[in-house]
Write a protein that binds this ligand. Structure first.
Ligand code: URA
Length: 190
């Protein structure tokens, strides 16, 4: 177990546990505050993230930042990472084998941060972290508690870019996230 996020990142940057390592430009480890009470988890880097080595910096990331600003959140108040750290070619879904090769890094990040609240962005993260049977249309916005961590999922911001009719539901989910943070996260001012 690494003793700091920096040490873990140094180790992770050399990872070759799955074939995505062969095609990446940069590994995308994570961003934000390593002592945050809140984590957001996406599925995997896209083109911009692969180019820059930072999660959620492309169009989906811009939308996410704008939405979170509405509830008073910015990257100084949360940590953000992905299920897989390297870009799947052509932005396809990460395969089960790639997810299981990579998930140990996210588990170590989570163990170092010890968040109170985890928000999954989209189906892939929700199925990996909440329930393999998770259906985003049916289950977004529901809360579960696992090992003392309160978890929910919202539509992936890329889905909101493709289908703006999902945005009102996401706004309600964000208000619920804001309430949960106010209830559970004493060190996070919203
Ligand atoms: N989509 C994701 O799931 N993660 C990113 O980092 C960018 C886009």
């Amino acid at each position: 177990m690494a003793e700091s996020m920096e040490a873990l990142k140094t180790e992770c940057l050399t990872c070759r546990r799955c074939p995505l390592a062969e095609t990446r430009t940069n590994l995308v480890f994570g961003d934000g505050c390593p002592t945050a009470e809140i984590m957001f988890i996406g599925e995997g880097p896209g083109q911009r993230e692969d180019e820059q080595g930072v999660p959620f910096v492309g169009p989906a990331g811009q939308l996410l930042d704008d939405m979170l600003e509405i509830i008073g959140l910015d990257r100084s108040k949360f940590y953000i990472a992905n299920i897989v750290k390297c870009r799947p070619p052509h932005n396809r879904d990460p395969q089960e084998s790639e997810q299981s090769a990579c998930i140990g890094w996210l588990r170590q990040q989570t163990a170092l941060i010890r968040p109170k609240v985890i928000i999954c962005l989209g189906r892939i993260a929700a199925q990996a972290l909440i329930d393999p049977e998770f259906r985003i249309t049916r289950d977004h916005g529901k809360w579960v508690e696992k090992a003392g961590v309160h978890m929910t999922a919202i539509y992936h911001p890329s889905a909101l870019l493709r289908d703006p009719s999902k945005r009102p539901d996401t706004f309600l989910d964000l208000k619920s996230i804001q309430s949960k943070i106010r209830e559970l996260c004493p060190n996070t001012q919203l």
